[in-house]
Design a protein around this ligand. Structure first.
Ligand SMILES: Cc1cc2nc3c(=O)[nH]c(=O)nc-3n(C[C@H](O)[C@H](O)[C@H](O)COP(=O)(O)OP(=O)(O)OC[C@H]3O[C@@H](n4cnc5c(N)ncnc54)[C@H](O)[C@@H]3O)c2cc1C
Length: 457
């Protein structure tokens, strides 16, 4: 059997980026779905273009910015992100911790008081043991209890005390006292969201930024990987094909990869099973009158609502919806820690009721044609307190099969300024959001492929 130089598992952006940067002629990609692109697969329906959750580019990587510009021939929009929050009947600018003037008076008073008390008593160089402690120290206990804890439970599907805080980086704004005070008195012109300027293609959805990377790719679609023999270096797919390889690059979800590996130890399999990822249901509405808010997207804090984040597809590009129609997409999250116990039909009805209650759409009986449900089994990697320990067990186990340890390989974020990876010429490599089990945006997925193509001297 002829050996494939680089056998890449998974045809999402990470797998495509690895193949592109290593050279498509040197690679074969195995993808379980009938099409490539994974999370970036854009859906066209009734004249609408839908991404899988709102996707925008806010990358600071010059390489990726240039790539996106070239791939679209400059046909993309650049805009300032307009982001908001819904909190029990109140619209609050994002981030809420520095815009408390829009919160109810009693909530505002409690949050500001507890924030200031916390600042006095907290050592500036705190080392929080978990996300709950980080929230308490950074935003004040009242804000953490009233806002952050319910939202964390909805979005990450676990309470903050179960999460680590090494993923936070700049993603949750840690305000200065003067900004909390100013924002509690009235509107300020400061913007603190970590996503400021956003870029989005004029046509075709977010995927247009990267579509050219797949030109000339060697991919086998409908090829679900079911078994991997790391000793004989062969991979078996569900349809019975066997592939021999020189080097294996996996971008498929790590828990699935470990379960497929015939030589993974019971300890590795247990560690993989303990990793947690959220799943998402996207409830999409196609309506004439659904543009009642100025924001690109909204966070919904209320625990009694399924809706967690809401966006309008045509606000990123008017080409994403037919003229005179609006497309509202609502994200609902669940996991084994926080199961979803309602049927699809019931969920659609409940979410519709929530949008009516929030004044985003008008009350009506929606036809099936106007509502669609899409499921994303792997959405966000959750960084639990023990995730680094589980990854350590898994990576150590794979070292026997050629995996090279890398700086920060058990941490959620990667630092691309470090240059080439020590693993670049190893026979077994992990890549991507779910392959490496990291907090990766699309730019990280691209950078990982690029990093692997630069072999260190
Ligand atoms: C709701 C949401 C919003 C987001 N918003 C943004 C944003 O605004 N900006 C941004 O930059 N990033 C955003 N992201 C992140 C971005 O989508 C991901 O970082 C990126 O798409 C991950 O690509 P990947 O190739 O690593 O994973 P995936 O896209 O999941 O690809 C993995 C591939 O492996 C395949 N596969 C799985 N199992 C097997 C198997 N056994 N055999 C063969 N194939 C298999 C899958 O079908 C899939 O195609 C968002 C993500 C989500 C969920």
């Amino acid at each position: 059997m002829k050996k494939i130089k680089n056998l890449i598992l998974g045809g999402g952006l990470s797998g495509i980026s690895c193949s592109y940067h290593l050279g498509h002629a040197q690679c074969l990609v195995l993808e379980e779905k009938p099409e490539l692109w994974g999370l970036l697969a854009t859906r066209q329906r009734n004249g609408f273009t839908w991404d899988n959750g709102p996707h925008v580019s806010f990358t600071k990587q010059e390489y990726v910015r240039e790539l996106f510009e070239n791939n679209t021939n400059g046909r993309f929009s650049q805009m300032k992100a307009n982001v908001g929050n819904w909190f029990h009947g109140h619209w609050i600018r994002h981030p809420a911790q520095v815009n408390l003037f829009q919160a109810p008076a009693d909530v505002r008073a409690r949050c500001v008081k507890s924030f200031l008390q916390g600042q006095e008593s907290t050592n500036a160089n705190i080392h929080p043991a978990n996300y709950q402690q980080w929230l308490n120290a950074s935003l004040g206990e009242e804000f953490a209890t009233i806002f952050s804890t319910p939202y964390t439970q909805k979005y990450w599907t676990v309470p903050p005390h179960k999460m680590s805080c090494d993923w936070v980086g700049g993603r949750v704004h840690r305000p200065r006292p003067e900004d909390v005070l100013a924002g509690s008195r009235g509107e300020t012109n400061k913007d603190f969201h970590y996503v400021q300027e956003i870029r989005y293609p004029i046509a075709g959805g977010y995927k247009t930024f990267v579509e050219q990377l797949a030109e000339g790719i060697n991919a086998r679609l409908n090829s679900k990987v079911v078994s991997i023999d790391l000793k004989s270096k062969t991979v078996l797919t569900e349809n019975g094909s066997i592939f021999a390889y020189e080097r294996l690059i996996s971008t498929i979800p790590l828990p699935d990869f470990v379960q497929c590996c015939e030589h993974a130890s019971p300890e590795m399999k247990a560690a993989a099973a303990a990793l947690l990822c959220t799943s998402a249901v996207l409830v999409e509405f196609e309506l004439p009158d659904a543009e009642k808010r100025p924001e690109h997207w909204l966070y919904v804090y209320d625990s009694d609502k399924f809706a967690t984040r809401i966006n309008w597809t045509e606000k990123l590009s008017p080409n994403n919806a037919p003229k005179d129609l609006k497309g509202v997409q609502v994200e609902v999250y669940y996991s084994r820690e926080f199961p979803l116990t309602v049927s699809d039909g019931c969920l659609a009805q409940r979410v519709e009721g929530e949008l009516v209650a929030m004044g985003i759409i008008e009350k009506r009986g929606l036809s099936k044609k106007q509502v669609n449900i899409t499921k994303i089994p792997y959405a966000n990697v959750v960084f639990l307190a023990n995730t680094a320990t589980q990854l350590e067990i898994i990576w150590r186990g794979f070292e026997a099969y050629g995996l090279q340890r890398e700086v920060g390989d058990v941490h959620p974020l990667s630092d691309w300024s470090r240059g080439p990876s020590a693993a670049a010429d190893a026979p077994l490599i992990m890549a991507g959001r779910f392959g490496q089990w990291k907090y990766f945006w699309t730019d990280d997925c691209i950078m990982r492929g690029r990093q692997l193509a630069i072999v260190p001297h």
